[in-house]
Design a protein around this ligand. Structure first.
Ligand SMILES: Nc1ncnc2c1ncn2[C@@H]1O[C@H](COP(=O)(O)OP(=O)(O)OP(=O)(O)O)[C@@H](O)[C@H]1O
Length: 458
């Protein structure tokens, strides 16, 4: 099931013409975008755009399994439905077996849908509760013109056997099957038209862990038996590691790192990937000390952060050149900056905190000095930063915050603590690990990984 390694299997050269350079790929996605309008009022005036998928490129070669991973809200499902033309892309190209699917007429689209099938997270939604499992699995055969019911039944019973169900399951109803059995039947339905590509959106996340392993093993088995290519969408690093040949990591509509699965897990090059990898549960208690924190949630795709979209959460965000920062204290200052910019600083809550911690007897007795200390405590900022100039800029900003002039604080923090990570979007580049990542830490490939500094876990 290993990848066809011809050409550039990482699919990093997004500018290449897929018709020429990537003819051996089964699926070539280039600069794919999908935006949804944000509307307001009864006139539904468009006030913005949700950039769910924002220019992704990758290939799936015959017989390989590619994983698309990322947290909820990264745009994985939208990428899947858009590349299968279940939704109309805003921009970009999808080439399937040499043909641009954007040019397909109805007949060609029908043929494409037969060759590229999707399997969803919740198998229950795949089945009509009024139809038997066999009828549902066989339905695509009828839709595509097979009129002979006996022939449909024979093919379906055989396929049910190949996905680990028995022929008796044909006459059962969905509610009579367990979750794992239903997902097996959903796979049978997806396979009945003998497709070349399966796009699996979180295919095991609704199942018990023991059943997950069975379905993953079945997928590997089916892949070789049916000569399939798989695109596996998951937020679960363990699942992806189990069966994927290559992985692309998505964050807020973009691919931030890609590479062969083992390389990417062994030596992640983007701080986001590193955080995801470090969060995989491990039986080794010592390994927990290497955990990289991933704070907060994926931001709103309607107003993604400037520069590197991950910078507001990044444990390795690059400090301003003018200051001599420890990474931990710099990350803490950035956390405060992000909170001030989001107007997420609550002075009343800080007063309560100062009282609860015994700094003052009552909220009325809380002074500005108490509030500044409470702010430092809240954001893990030391009493005094290592760099005197940084300390003086921070103190002034804290004074702005406690005096209620949040906009001044925001402006001051922006000017004084500006980072390349917010100013410029990083391009995908080669890294010392041999696979590419889009992170300013790789702007100079010569920079050895060992020099990276990461904010540690609390
Ligand atoms: N039909 C839609 N209309 C508006 N916004 C949408 C639509 N579908 C998805 N989005 C938004 O696009 C972004 C990406 O969503 P998407 O579901 O593709 O992410 P995901 O990585 O698959 O996450 P999840 O696993 O939670 O589905 C999110 O901000 C989501 O709210």
């Amino acid at each position: 099931m290993k990848a066809n390694e011809a050409n550039d299997p990482t699919g990093t050269d997004a500018t290449a013409d897929p018709h020429e350079e990537y003819h051996s790929a089964l699926l070539s996605v280039r600069d794919l975008k999908k935006q949804y309008p944000v509307t307001e009022g009864i006139t539904r005036k468009e006030t913005g755009r949700i950039r769910a998928v924002d220019g992704i490129s990758f290939d799936v070669f015959p017989g390989e399994t590619v994983g698309l991973i990322g947290e909820s809200g990264s745009g994985k499902s939208t990428a899947a439905t858009t590349l299968l033309s279940l939704e109309v892309p805003t921009d970009g190209t999808v080439v399937f077996d040499g043909d641009d699917i954007g040019t397909f007429d109805r007949t060609e689209t029908k043929a494409f849908r037969r060759r590229a099938q999707m399997v969803f997270q919740d198998p229950t939604t795949t089945f009509d509760p009024r139809m038997t499992i066999g009828e549902s699995v066989a339905e695509p055969l009828s839709i595509h013109g097979m009129t002979d019911a006996d022939q449909r039944r024979t093919i379906t019973e055989d396929l049910l056997g190949r996905v680990g169900l028995s022929a008796e399951e044909f006459d059962r109803y969905p509610h009579e099957l367990s979750g794992g059995q239903k997902q097996r039947a959903a796979l049978a339905r997806a396979l009945i038209l003998n497709p070349d590509l399966l796009v699996l959106d979180e295919p095991v996340s609704a199942l018990d862990v023991s059943v997950q392993a069975e379905i993953l093993s079945l997928l590997s088995d089916l892949q070789s038996k049916f000569d399939l290519s798989l695109l596996l969408i998951s937020h679960d690093m363990g699942v992806v590691r189990e069966i994927c040949d290559r992985v692309a990591v998505m964050y807020l509509g973009e691919i931030v790192e890609r590479g062969p699965t083992e390389d990417l897990f062994r030596d992640p090059q983007h701080p986001y990937t590193r955080a995801l990898v470090s969060a995989i549960p491990t039986p080794d208690p010592d390994a927990a000390t290497d955990r990289v924190p991933l704070r907060g949630d994926v931001p709103d795709a309607a107003s993604p952060p400037t520069g590197c979209r991950f910078h507001p959460r990044c444990p390795a965000v690059i400090p301003p050149e003018r200051y001599d920062f420890e990474q931990d204290e710099w990350r803490s200052v950035m956390d405060l900056r992000v909170a001030v910019a989001d107007e997420d600083v609550n002075l009343d809550a800080l007063r309560k905190l100062a009282v609860a911690r015994g700094a003052a007897e009552s909220e009325g007795a809380v002074t500005d000095t108490h509030l500044r200390s409470a702010l430092r405590e809240e954001y893990d900022i030391p009493d005094e930063l290592t760099d005197a100039d940084a300390e003086s800029a921070l103190s002034a900003a804290l004074s702005d915050v406690v005096s209620g002039t949040i906009e001044d604080a925001d402006e001051r923090l922006r000017v004084e603590f500006s980072t390349i990570c917010e100013r410029r979007a990083p391009e995908e580049r080669a890294t010392g690990a041999g696979h590419p990542a889009a992170c300013h830490l790789h702007d100079s490939v010569a920079e050895p990984d060992e020099e990276w500094e990461w904010a540690s876990v609390d």
